[in-house]
Design a protein around this ligand. Structure first.
Ligand code: HAM
Length: 420
């Protein structure tokens, strides 16, 4: 009988892997609690309306990515695509705003989005989520960003960049919305169907589009950050000043709009270039109108969430990289390739790069095993086909990515990679 597989994009976490998760969670708890945050757990399923109202009807998450179901009474429910709306709901429902010790929360758990699965993007994924209510001071924005940085440092992640932006207040956005709509009008026909719709319903969302012609249309677009009002601009300046004071490096990214509609003023993301298209390890921002919009008192809020799968992938990648020193193994698949490989091996060594190759004509599989034992960072694979095309295949042993390089320039290319 055919065996039953897990749902696509939803993963088992097995012993051997789970230790990473436990270590990350333990560090998160310790850091968050040092900063005065307390754990909260909310249900994985909520009324659909909570997310529609909270995240925004015209966001990709609500429009396309939610797992929606109807119970036997006809009530529409959804698996949570994020934690913020749920934490805000619980904050209001239990009147936690009345208790000064109940203003800062963290939550750890699974979220669900029906996206196309790929490396770093899943349909069930996990977040470490943090929310703080009641404080509008820009110092808190800097503090929460600082906490994110300290957590990532303590958990051992390096090589990420903090992007920050200000999305202004609803007033700033009202004026800007029209400006952006007008700017996009001349290219309206060439925009992808999604952006043609977004232009009218939620033009800021067009900045999130990955389609090349939409990106081109947005080149030179007026930026919201350049037109925010005096009070928002002052708030942003003070966030930056506090980040400087906390020695927390950042870059300002005026094109970062975030995928959820509740944000205003400060937004931020932690970006990596080592996970392909999925470049955000975490993100968040201020959401001053949300508590009121969901039926609570008019209290400000700010928070962020870290994607645990992405964080752990990066940590594992880093561990692999440090295990593998910059060494090359050349795998040659026939006699002619071996001749060429022999020459390349000496050229690499001459260029100061430790290099090994197998001269005994073993199978590719067995050569790859030797490369692994040798802890090679890269394997260069040369067979009949590559030789005929004047190319060589480069396999990165840390992330298993592959690409072809020109045989003529491969020595220079590898020197370039190792010099970085
Ligand atoms: P978000 O940017 O949608 O923000 O998600 C936060 C993080 O969750 C992302 O940076 C990413 O690491 C991870 N993530 C999102 N979607 C996926 C996916 N399909 N597969 C794997 N990882 C994913 C929020 O969710 C906001 N609620 C954050 C927040 C809290 N803002 C204020 N408070």
């Amino acid at each position: 009988m055919e065996s039953i597989q897990a749902v696509k994009g939803m993963n088992d976490i097995l012993p051997g892997q789970i230790e990473w998760w436990q270590r990350v969670e333990e560090t998160a708890r310790r850091v968050m609690e040092d900063f005065g945050y307390r754990e909260i757990r909310t249900p994985a399923m909520e009324k659909l309306e909570l997310f529609a109202r909270g995240i925004g009807d015209s966001t990709d998450i609500v429009e396309k990515e939610m797992y929606v179901l109807e119970d036997s009474k006809g009530e529409k429910l959804a698996l949570r695509p994020e934690a913020t709306a749920s934490v805000v709901r619980a904050f209001i429902q239990h009147k936690l705003h009345a208790d000064p010790l109940m203003q800062k929360f963290y939550a750890i758990g699974p979220m669900f989005r029906h996206e196309r699965p790929q490396k770093g993007r899943y349909r069930q994924f996990h977040q470490i989520d943090v929310e703080a209510f009641g404080m509008d001071d820009p110092m808190l924005d800097a503090e929460i960003i600082y906490m994110l940085r300290i957590f990532l440092e303590r958990v051992g992640l390096s090589g990420v960049v903090l992007h920050i932006n200000s999305l202004g207040c609803p007033e700033c956005r009202k004026t800007y919305r029209k400006v952006l709509q007008d700017f996009l009008e001349k290219d309206a026909e060439t925009l992808c169907p999604d952006c043609q719709r977004r232009r009218l319903t939620n033009p800021l969302r067009t900045f999130d589009c990955k389609v090349e012609r939409c990106r081109e249309a947005l080149e030179g677009a007026p930026l919201l950050l350049e037109s925010i009002c005096g009070a928002c601009s002052d708030h942003f300046e003070r966030v930056k000043a506090s980040l400087y004071a906390l020695d927390t490096p950042f870059v300002i990214n005026p094109r970062m709009v975030r995928g959820l509609d509740y944000y205003m003023r400060t937004t931020f993301e932690v970006i990596t270039d080592r996970l392909g298209a999925q470049n955000a390890v975490g993100g968040g921002g201020r959401y001053n109108g949300l508590v009121k919009d969901l039926g609570g008192p008019d209290l400000p809020g700010i928070g962020f969430a870290i994607g645990m799968e992405r964080l752990i992938l990066l940590l594992q990648q880093e561990r692999e990289e440090s295990r593998r020193s910059p060494k090359i193994f050349i795998a040659a698949l026939d006699d002619a390739a071996r001749q060429k490989g022999f020459l390349l091996t000496q050229q690499f060594r001459n260029a100061g790069i430790e290099t090994e190759m197998d001269y005994e004509g073993r199978s590719l599989k067995s050569q790859m095993r030797r490369a692994d034992k040798f802890s090679a960072r890269h394997v260069l694979i040369l067979g009949e086909e590559e030789l005929a095309r004047g190319e060589i295949q480069l396999r990165d042993m840390t992330d298993k990515s592959q690409k072809n390089l020109s045989l003529e320039t491969v020595v220079e290319a590898m020197k370039g990679i190792y010099k970085q």
